[in-house]
Write a protein that binds this ligand. Structure first.
Ligand code: AOF
Ligand code: ZN
Length: 371
């Protein structure tokens, strides 16, 4: 049975875990709370960044001798292997902990139930699945990476009430209200990278940086996807601090070295492929993940948005809807997606909705039935 203090401690552990959000990838976000034998909280910790001590180690060292005969409440199954750091199970056993309360088992092949077994084998009581849903949502990027080796993509769109992204003449400034734009700047500030297509760069010359009071001091990397390497005369993308990556087919990467020379941009070339954006976007998202981008905010036009959705690479869809009509002559959000009837429609789950000024913000995870 889970006690009330243990559930409260798990809520706190989940809160603490989020503090590692920007720096832990490819590790999970983990928080831990140590309760002494009278259920008082005597130590807290979270995994701050990849390579840093695990949450349990931080919480146990804060608790010191008070951990003896106590309980550790942790949002993920304690590890039992040597990675960049040592096994948390050993530290828990050595601290004299009597009970371990876990939200979710760690699906990492080196752990996946083995941590729990090791603790039980020395007589420690282990309880699992406490606030499991919350923990799985919290670690969706980690879980997705373990399954696919790819970055998590949040596709953000600003639409009119009739689902148009721009007027017939291409104009879309300022479709969203000020509160929505502030929210986008918050999303950029918390994303590790922002991705767009070269068409948007050519047409809008965006900065893709976080600005205003939402700016937290660190700009996201900017990733531009292009089939040709043509960015027109747009240069704002290079102006602000932060890494800029231009992803192109290998065949054109030699032609755009000037972006590397003049602005220090990284040019990533991928084998040509007719099913993607001149190259296979899946390879791009594997590369972004291997370079430490767990979550990418995609702010792009119809072409890239359609391609990402067709290839089942969009994980969260985040739509800001403004109460105005642009009519059938306005530009639609997507090109054809092969949807012929309601049963083929692409749906979202875990949907969140809110009002932002005069706009509605709707966000949820895309369900791909055939996965
Ligand atoms: C825990 N507590 O706070 C975290 C865990 O390279 P390392 O040593 O940091 O190990 C990384 C692996 O440890 C990671 O893939 C995941 O399985 C687990 N993460 N485990 O007990 C923590 N961050
Ligand atoms: Zn660990």
């Amino acid at each position: 049975m889970t006690s009330l203090p243990e559930i409260q401690a798990m809520k706190r552990a989940l809160e603490l875990a989020i503090l590692g959000r920007k720096a832990v990838f490819p590790n999970p976000m983990v928080g831990a709370v140590v309760l002494d034998s009278s259920s008082n909280s005597v130590g807290e910790g979270f995994h701050e960044k990849c390579g840093a001590p695990h949450a349990e180690i931080v919480a146990l060292s804060e608790a010191g001798a008070a951990a003896s005969s106590g309980t550790i409440v942790v949002s993920l199954e304690p590890c039992c292997h040597y990675g960049r750091t040592g096994p948390c199970t050993d530290a828990i056993i050595n601290a004299g902990i009597r009970k371990v309360v876990i939200a979710m088992l760690d699906p990492h092949p080196n752990v996946s139930g083995k941590g729990k077994k090791q603790l039980e084998s020395v007589g420690i009581e282990v309880e699992t699945s406490v606030l499991l849903d919350e923990a799985e949502i919290l670690n969706r990027v980690y879980l997705h990476y373990l399954r696919t080796s790819r970055s998590w993509i949040t596709l953000k769109m600003a639409l009119s009430m009739d689902g148009r992204t721009a007027a017939k003449d291409g104009g879309s400034r300022w479709l969203s209200c000020e509160e929505s734009r502030k929210q986008v700047h918050r999303m950029r500030a918390s994303a590790q990278a922002v991705m767009t297509g070269a068409g948007t760069v050519r047409y809008d010359d965006p900065e893709l940086t976080s600005r205003g009071s939402e700016y937290t001091g660190e700009q996201p990397a900017r990733i531009v996807v292009s089939a040709t390497g043509d960015l027109g005369n747009s240069r704002k993308i290079f102006e602000k601090p932060g890494r800029v990556i231009i992803a192109v087919p290998e065949s054109v990467s030699g032609n755009i070295q000037e972006f590397q020379r003049e602005f220090g941009a990284d040019i990533w070339g991928f084998p040509a492929d007719s099913t993607g954006y001149g190259f296979n976007l899946t390879l791009l998202l594997e590369r972004t993940a291997s370079e430490g981008f767990g979550e990418i905010l995609c702010e792009c036009g119809r072409g890239l948005a359609t391609m990402l959705l067709r290839k089942k690479l969009v994980n969260t869809l985040s739509v800001f809807t403004t109460p105005l009509i642009l009519g059938g002559e306005g530009l639609p959000a997507f090109e054809k997606l092969g949807i012929n009837s309601m049963v083929d429609s692409i749906r979202l789950e875990n949907v969140r909705s809110s009002l932002l000024g005069t706009d509605t913000h709707l966000e949820g995870e895309v369900v791909y039935w055939t996965d």
